[in-house]
Design a protein around this ligand. Sequence first.
Ligand code: ADP
Ligand code: MG
Length: 720
Amino acid sequence: MSHLRFNALQEVQQRSRIDVPSPSKKVSDYFGELIFGYEQMRNTLSPEIFSRVDNAIRKRRKIDLETADSVAAAVRNWAMAHGVTHYTHWFQPLTGATAEKHDAFFDPHKGIEALKGSELTQQEPDASSFPSGGIRTTFEARGYTAWDPSSPIFIVDKTLCIPTIFVSYTGEALDYKAPLLKALKAVDKAATRVCKLFDRDVTKVTASLGWEQEYFVIDEALFAARPDLVMSGRTVFGHNPARGQQLDDHYFGAIPTRVYDFMKDFEIESHRLGIPLRTRHNEVAPSQFEVAPMYEEANVATDHNSLLKDVMSKVAKKHKVKVLFHEKPFAGLNGSGKHNNWSLVTDTGINLFQPSSSARENLQFLTFLVITIKAVHDHADLLRATIASAGNDFRLGANEAPPAIISIFLGETLTAVLDELENNGNIKVEKGDNLYMKLGIDQIPEIILDNTDRNRTSPFAFTGNKFEFRAVGSDQNVANPMTVLNLIMAHQLEKFHEQVSIDIDKGKERRLAIIDILREYVKASKNIRFEGDGYSENWVKEAKKRGLSNVKDTPRALDFLVSKAAKQLYNETGVMTEVEIEARHEIMLENYVMKVQIESRVMGDLALNHIIPTAIAYQNKLIQNAKGLKELGLDNSEIVDDIKTISGYIIDIEQAVMAMIEERKKANKINSPRDRAIAYGDKVKEQYFHKIRYAVDKLELFVDDKDWPLVKYREMLFIR
Ligand code: ADP
Ligand code: MG
């Protein structure tokens, strides 16, 4: 094995840059050249057909077969002009990866290339191997995919990829996109209704998402020499390097050359696919980086995040590097997250989270702000469940990421405004702007200045004109957190509208009715607001006093997904049925068990077959040495101590691995998915992972460097 390590290190030394020629054209000339979306449809379809498609997209309705046939013909022509031979429905099953099944355009019966409308809109992939949480048993593996015309069709590797939802034959969602689309529809409807209280012209509200994706990059040979990275995406062993991230010199430092080439390359690819990437920089940990696009409509942004991860992994091969999307690939270094910047925008061009210089518009802003706070307050647990994953468990609350406690940061100015709103509860309201002044609503634009005062420790922060959900894991599909966020918002907006309408019907003045309800909300949701250091121990205590949940592990956090409150919410908004929720819950638990199981196996295998034999061989050398010293009549007590220490670690490892295997066997016999997941978390992981790792990492310090089988942290992180 150590041969593998040294061969890999040698290979890395011999690497040269893969030159990425700068495109001869401007970005704007090739941006989106590989997509067939809204603009392309407008340009190629007849006005009649286009208006039907446009209508279907806007109203989120089904497309009739005749229209579909016309679109299919146009898409096929466009694709074939790009040398495309195959097409696939592209979807995001609950495995976490993206899925495709390719079919040729070529129809052997007719001897021509064709794409029928029905092939564009619907397919039946052999879906038996995708997780379904018991909705479909494998022998009736009938699920189907259905075209989502609101997300552009794209070309990858001469294949036409059609974004689709994936549902069971009986109509239950088996993917991430289907519930997201429903939640976006719900928030559109509810937000539009509330907007109409302020502006009759608003007919549509769109949720925007701008994600910031963090990732690590290491050389592919070093990756291949680490079975734990290959199998589980993270290193289960590895002593911290002498230099970690203490110097903070990586952040915003110069990007290493090979990584720079890689970034440039995947940016060009992404731009051709219409992914509006804008920002790239180093992150805090060595070899950690971030990429972010310009924000987009949430569904498209979600597809773009999944697609980007695929593009990055593919382009990485060319540069002989590997991208790590895992939330915690290296212990002791910062993990990777994915900030979700979220806002709501009207079709009249107003960002509803943008404070305005007009006090009147600020009432609308405050309405949406306070409703968001109330929604997050009431459903914090469900939001917590959306960021639960085996990988994120290593990151949340680990002094580098927000804790598992959901709280909201607003900044000084807005806090003052809300306090005023709450405390001036009894002010006598006179006419006109006086009201706004008394409530501090006229001063809100100042928060744009306040925006520099960022709080990086908050899981959910207001940042000037958007909310930033920061607790999302780097490897997660953003659809799930986005579904829930928009869903709880929709729900709260509906409630608010109902309350206001009742008061107005009773004869209350509209503005007053609105303000009074906002006041109530501000009071009721106060305990979720937190402006201090979210990483501190004090906050954990304070949050407990406030009665906020702090659920640290995935199996228990997922309980919230199937809570009574969550089921009611899903039911009332029509986003998911109880069957779908239960299925999803089971799938998430199964994913968790699989992840922990794989890590545990890799750990056991590496420890028993690589680490212990290496340690014993080294120990034998020391024994020879000790004997030699003794023969010469020299003091060998230090060597003997080392031998004993190594023996101790070897025994620790052996015993812990054996005991861990026993716990795995026990856990595997448990029938209930929840109990099995808890057993994997509490018994297998919590009891043994740290214990085994501790001993192995200590041995790494003892054993002769040239015998150590695993590529070391300093080699993975600092050799480029
Ligand atoms: P940060 O300082 O956190 O890096 P940036 O200003 O760079 O923040 O923005 C990060 C992300 O937020 C980008 O994807 C950007 O497009 C997105 N963003 C900016 N404004 C909005 C908005 N109004 N709604 C949604 N996302 C937004
Ligand atoms: Mg950010």
